[in-house]
Design a protein around this ligand. Structure first.
Ligand SMILES: *Cc1c(COP(=O)(O)O)cnc(C)c1O
Length: 420
């Protein structure tokens, strides 16, 4: 059981609140985040790095709810963003722009301007052409854009191909062999101030060695640059720390990860930047859903629930595994089932061939590890209003995003005159 969630007296609780109570108040499906779990997770990682100069920039794309962002801002976190929309969210949540790093291969000029005018810490530049465009935008604003160059260190993090980002064939970053030339170019641009080196090699990484390998390459490059008179202040090692989804998985504990990282950077003049997403929120959230029907097919048994791939796309998209529990302790006999949603796609499943206790219509189920890449990747496919998000703190819960209505679904749409 993950921090902040537990069975008490036979019922599943988020902190001090039975999830049944939340279901009664806001309906299902619904996302539930534990504030204490967010705090605990951040503090664990933060304290693991407290003996060196390190800035943790929570990766906003993992969970961008304003309340979650405000919580991290309160904990002292910075933010890693990949769009102007995420910057807007961070500012609205009260995040400190001077602790924001802006990543992504396809920043628009508007996004660059927004970042420069907000006074962010630095941009992670991913191509030579982007560097020139950013230089132009900054000069037009009469400012300098602080930058790190995102290096593609060509390291295999041994994770799902969709979430490997540091391989030669990847669209991300600049090959390390060419990086030196790009830096030499960057220091001559009037609108650019070089401050860092960055890499992000992938996600859901269990092994610390790819991180170590990556940092070594970054430090080496920074040292080379120093000899040429280019001073690097920050080494940004990206995110990607893996978390437990299956009961038998053992990701590296934060202090072990930190030890390995610190060994590489402690005796250098560089400040460390981290961009963790999943590890800070993944297991701090659940998706609560209700059984609509149980159904016996020709070859399989199905549990049809009211949460679908539009609510949580990870199983369909990455073939990823989420533990699912009943919201009450059950000693019913187990049978092999597929747990599926109502969306008209065969890919719409939350679990396949899972041994699961016999359930009945109306039973509540808990999809674990749904705090990262859950709600943020949800959509309105099949014209399903998006689920609400709830934050629990102690004995209280707060709706931090209300359930969408049918009106929300058609907001902004218009039937042109010629059809009237
Ligand atoms: C997605 C992303 C992250 C966060 O990755 P996690 O696996 O969630 O830690 C960090 N940095 C960049 C550039 C990213 O794209």
């Amino acid at each position: 059981m993950y921090y902040g969630f537990n069975y008490k007296k036979g019922e599943f609780y988020a902190e001090g609140v039975p999830v049944r109570e939340i279901a009664n108040a806001v309906g299902t499906p619904c996302y539930i985040y534990s504030y204490s779990a967010l705090k605990h997770g951040f503090e664990k990682l933060h304290s693991a790095f407290s003996d060196i100069e390190a800035l943790i920039c929570f990766s906003v794309k993992a969970n961008s709810n304003l309340a979650v962002l405000r919580a991290f801002a309160n904990f002292g976190s910075g933010f890693d963003i990949v769009s102007g929309g995420e910057l807007f969210r961070v500012l609205n949540a009260g995040g400190d722009p001077s602790k924001v790093v802006f990543s992504g291969v396809g920043k628009t000029e508007e996004e660059m301007r927004f970042g420069i005018d907000s006074g962010i810490l630095f941009f992670n530049v991913e191509s030579l052409e982007e560097l020139y465009v950013l230089d132009g935008v900054a000069r037009k604003e009469g400012k300098k854009a602080r930058i790190a160059i995102r290096i593609n260190p060509d390291i295999d993090p041994k994770t799902h191909p969709y979430i490997s980002t540091g391989l030669k064939k990847s669209k991300f970053g600049i090959e390390i062999e060419r990086a030196l030339d790009v830096y030499r170019e960057a220091v001559n641009l009037k609108g650019i101030e070089v401050v860092g080196i960055d890499a992000h090699i992938g996600s859901q990484i269990f092994d610390v060695s790819p991180f170590v390998e990556s940092i070594r390459k970054l430090v080496q490059l920074a040292d080379t640059l120093a000899k040429e008179g280019v001073d690097i202040e920050y080494i940004d090692i990206g995110g990607g720390i893996g978390i437990q989804y299956r009961e038998d998985e053992k990701p590296p504990p934060p202090d072990l990860f930190a030890q390995a990282v610190k060994r590489e950077i402690a005796n250098t003049p560089y400040k460390l930047v981290l961009e963790p997403g999943r590890v800070l929120v993944g297991n701090a959230g659940i998706l609560l859903t209700k059984v609509l029907y149980t159904k016996v097919g020709a070859l399989k048994k199905f549990i049809v629930v009211d949460a679908a791939m539009n609510d949580l796309i990870r199983p369909a998209f990455y073939d990823s595994y989420h533990e699912i529990l009943t919201a009450y302790e059950s000693d019913a006999k187990r049978e092999k089932v597929d747990i599926v949603g109502p969306v008209c796609e065969s890919g719409d499943f939350l679990a396949r061939d899972r041994m699961f206790p016999v359930v009945k219509r109306g039973d509540l189920l808990v999809v674990q590890s749904a705090g990262a890449y859950g709600f943020v990747m949800s959509s309105n496919y099949n014209s399903r209003p998006r689920a609400p998000e709830v934050m629990v703190k102690g004995e209280e819960f707060f709706v931090v995003r209300r359930r969408e209505t049918y009106e929300d679904l058609i907001r902004g749409e218009e039937i042109p005159g010629f059809l009237r």
